[in-house]
Design a protein around this ligand. Structure first.
Ligand code: ATP
Ligand code: MG
Length: 601
């Protein structure tokens, strides 16, 4: 399925073909999950089958005991009494221990399946392109990993096991009852009529309300995640009260829906008990009459009553199973939807060997639009020789970051090619690409771990000397030394907290240690003060030697180290020359530069 493929996320009505596609991909996933464990499932099923068979002989043995063994024992023949008592004991112990072993065994299988889903989901979601993540909010991603996996867990935990056990138990009980006393069995079947209607009603209701409950809880998660990821904006705009209010509405919704679900159980459960008791009373009444008339042994009647009572036990679980199945199914559909999302910037199947990259970049007849369709780069051509340092400037929204993201292949162009050393980026393996092209943005994200580890991310296996060297190169060494544990300071611990500018410097060191052929800096010095920026630029000059660089900055100080300036407007390069030539001219850049210089004094 493509990016614009089927997603029944919002419960919108799907066409027949679409529902079929959703069902098929969901089944395919289920099949893939079940295939490796089919032997274990067969073992599970056999265990439960034997356990239920052993469980069902109990009342039958009681019938034999009352009707035959006790009368014989009273006459002094104990043999049958011992036999039935022994058989009863063996069956009970056997059934119980098989059940116990089965539960552990099945749990292990289930956990394996859940592990597999979690693992696949994480791996795939992480590999999906930025385009996907911009469209699919983090709240929804989290919902897949939490709510949906829980629904499947529920089905596996309770649903699966109990359902098989329950169905087997009902069948065996019915067969046993029919065998020992057909009349009682027929009386019992009369109760199926009210049972059917009650269960039908129950299922319809719970299906409806469970669905509402799942939607409500997903909304809760999305709201929560949005508030917490945007917590700075929430505080800056004092939106706590408003958020709290809307959250409370959602919580109340969720609560009232759950209350409704409980009230449905409040009708169904007692309903089952009443029907069950009526059925057993009827068996007892008619059985009693037959006992008095001498047509029926009292032992058989006892067994019939025991069977009758047992017959209704699994009913509720069965009715519930259907719901667990429904919600797990819809979760599986959603998860399979994410798993089927194509990687929109896929790794090439037959990558072209990049070798030692030189850093020659070219845009050839590129056209680009984001998924919303608006063209950002119309017919774009650009050639950047290896080793050149480019300053890319232009108004806000001109498309500078878009260009940078195309070079780092966060996206592929809609039309045309971006090439590195005359090889289309589409044909370069991800591994080679990440080695050759590094982008540093304003975001400068630090992962949990130490400062040193964060720098070493740029070059797995880097020595401490290399780490220190790169930190020195960007002028962040003294700062890191001043942290409580130096390079071993944990960035998430107290004392390890660093400012936005310090984060940028650390991410610079990370880029430098990577030693890429192409380096892109998108507003990467925006959070630095003038002295730190100078320091970085000083370092840049030496470090950019022999490297292709694209530097995007609003502060025009960068142009002092650039070989060439590109001015971008509405997705087009409108000026392209040496900095000095442009400054001396009368174009857009000359104006920008003058305005910038005036602002400095
Ligand atoms: N993920 C996206 N989806 C859709 N449109 C986008 C996306 N990112 C950017 N755009 C649009 O693309 C255009 C260019 O954005 P871009 O971020 O490349 O501008 P920029 O030149 O880097 O601006 P700035 O100087 O503000 O960083 C803008 O009109 C923007 O609205
Ligand atoms: Mg930008």
């Amino acid at each position: 399925m493509s990016m614009h493929g089927v997603n029944n996320e919002d419960n919108t009505e799907l066409s027949k073909a679409e529902s079929k596609a959703v069902r098929e991909r969901s089944l395919k996933l289920l099949f893939e999950l079940v295939r490796p464990i089919r032997a274990r499932l067969a073992v599970s099923f056999s265990m439960i089958l034997v356990s239920r068979l052993l469980g069902v002989v109990g009342p039958g043995l009681i019938a034999v005991a009352i009707d035959s063994a006790i009368p014989m024992a009273l006459k002094g023949d104990m043999q049958l009494a011992w036999l039935t008592a022994g058989a009863y004991l063996v069956a009970a112990i056997g059934s119980a221990s098989l059940m116990a072993y089965f539960l552990v065994y099945a749990q292990r299988t289930n956990q394996g399946v859940l592990f597999e889903i979690r693992d696949r989901l994480f791996r795939h979601t992480q590999r999906l392109s930025l385009e996907f993540h911009e469209k699919y909010t983090s709240g929804r991603v989290i919902s897949r990993q939490t709510n949906d996996i829980d629904a499947i867990k529920e089905l596996l935990d309770v649903g699966g096991n109990e359902m098989i056990a329950g169905i087997l138990m009902m069948i065996f009980t019915a067969v046993a009852l029919a065998t020992i006393d057909l009349t009682s069995f027929l009386i019992l079947t009369c109760s199926f009529v009210p049972l059917f209607f009650l269960t039908y009603w129950f299922q319809k209701q719970t299906k409806y309300w469970y669905r509402k409950s799942r939607v409500a809880s997903a909304k809760l998660i999305v709201h929560f995640v949005e508030t917490m990821t945007g917590i700075r904006a929430v505080k800056a705009f004092r939106k706590e009260k408003r958020n709290q209010d809307s959250y409370n509405v959602l919580v109340e919704d969720y609560r009232s829906i759950n209350a409704k679900v409980i009230s449905i159980f409040g009708i169904y459960d007692p309903g089952l008990v009443v029907i069950g008791n009526f059925a057993v009373a009827a068996v007892l009444l008619f059985g009693g009459i037959r006992v008095i008339e001498g047509d029926l042994g009292i032992g058989v009647l006892t067994a019939a009553i025991l069977y009758g009572k047992r017959f209704f036990d699994p009913m509720e679980q069965l009715a519930q199973f259907y719901n667990a199945y429904q919600s797990a199914n819809s979760s599986l559909e959603k998860i399979s939807g994410v798993l089927e999302e194509d990687l929109s910037v896929p790794d090439p199947e037959h990558p072209v060997e990049l070798g030692e990259p030189k850093g020659h970049l070219a845009f050839e007849d590129v056209e680009f639009h984001y998924s919303n369709g608006k063209t950002i780069l119309p017919n774009f051509n650009l050639d950047i020789p290896a080793g050149q340092t480019i300053a890319l400037v232009g108004t806000t929204g001109a498309g500078k970051s878009t260009l940078a993201k195309l070079v780092s292949r966060f996206y592929d162009p809609s039309v045309g090619q971006v090439k590195l050393d005359d090889i289309s980026l589409r044909d370069i393996s991800n591994h080679d690409l990440r080695r050759a092209i590094v982008m540093v943005t304003q975001e400068a994200y630090l992962f949990s771990g130490t400062v040193g580890e964060n720098i070493a991310l740029g070059k797995p296996g880097a020595t401490i000397e290399e780490i220190v060297e790169s930190a020195k190169a960007v002028g962040v060494h003294e700062f890191i030394e001043s942290l409580p544990d130096g390079y071993n300071t944990d960035v998430n611990k107290r004392g390890g907290r660093v400012s936005a500018g310090q984060r940028q410097l650390i991410s610079f060191a990370r880029a430098f240690i990577a030693d890429p052929a192409v380096l892109i800096l998108d507003e990467a010095t925006a959070s630095l003060d003038i002295p730190s920026e100078r320091l970085v630029q000083h370092g840049l000059q030496t470090l950019l030697k022999g490297r292709t660089a694209i530097i995007i900055a609003h502060r025009l100080s960068t142009i002092s180290i650039a070989d060439r300036v590109l001015v971008m407007e509405h997705g087009k390069i409108i000026e392209d020359d040496k900095p000095a030539t442009l400054i001396a001219g009368t174009g857009k850049f000359a104006k920008m530069h003058k305005a910038w210089r005036d602002s400095l004094v």
